[in-house]
Design a protein around this ligand. Structure first.
Ligand code: HEC
Length: 200
């Protein structure tokens, strides 16, 4: 049985190390050493892992199909632009001709929808807007009171997919709600940085 001893010793060592690691990480996280500040960047590996987890989760969950014909319906696109401005997306993500609120600079990461809309399917956009994203500032609009209705969310998706072709003037015309001081004159297609949606 002598040959079994090194194996037992190795197993005991692994067990002891696991206990030490457990105690260490408990002390680290519950002792307040982990920094939750939004202005404290995550280590690259943590950031990478979070993005992969987010993408995989969205892909797996986003199964609801869009109502037929809605995504290319001009009235739906306009209704989506209006909803986008009135229910608050504009504060964090900005808009054609509208600067996002300055607090969106402190969002981690600052969400630039112009990039995202080409990377996500309509189903994925719908799911993100309806359910939000845990541990980020992205809220669940399906949990609003009253909840934003599925048809409204689909119209926002229709609008987002046309985002790059919507002119500032059209966006303003479609919105009855004044967005006030957030309108900025210098923004438009080929807009300068600091203009919505999202910031560079
Ligand atoms: C309070 C700020 C805030 C508001 C309001 C908000 N968002 Fe977001 N949104 C975020 C943040 C922060 C992220 C980035 C989350 C991440 O990186 O995981 C995000 C991400 C997204 C994404 C991309 C998800 C991805 O996988 O890359 C979409 C699409 C989106 N938001 C659409 C919207 C729409 C449409 C609205 C309005 C109905 C809205 N957001 C309102 C903060 C906000």
């Amino acid at each position: 049985m002598r040959s079994g001893k090194p194996l037992l010793f190795a197993l005991a060592l692994i067990g002891a190390l696991a206990i030490v690691a457990g105690i260490g990480s408990t002390a680290f996280f519950f002792g307040g050493f982990f920094n939750v500040a939004a202005d404290h960047p995550d280590p690259t590996i943590v950031n990478w892992a979070l993005v992969q987890v987010r993408k995989a989760s969205i892909v797996r969950h986003a199964t609801t199909r869009p109502p037929a014909g809605l995504l290319d319906n001009a009235a739906a696109v306009q209704a989506g632009a209006r909803a986008y401005a009135t229910i608050g997306c504009v504060y964090c993500h900005g808009e054609p001709g509208v600067e996002s609120a300055t607090f969106s600079e402190g969002l981690n990461p600052p969400p630039d929808l112009r990039k995202v809309v080409n990377q996500l399917t309509p189903e994925e956009l719908f799911w993100v807007i309806k359910h939000g994203i845990k541990m980020t500032a992205m809220p669940s609009f399906g949990s609003d009171r009253p909840p934003v209705r599925n048809n409204t969310i689909w119209s926002i998706v229709a609008y987002l997919r046309k985002l790059s072709t919507v002119s500032d003037a059209n966006f303003k015309a479609w919105n009855k709600t004044p967005i006030g001081s957030n309108w900025v004159s210098g923004c438009g297609p080929g807009r300068a940085s600091g203009c919505g949606p999202g910031r560079e």
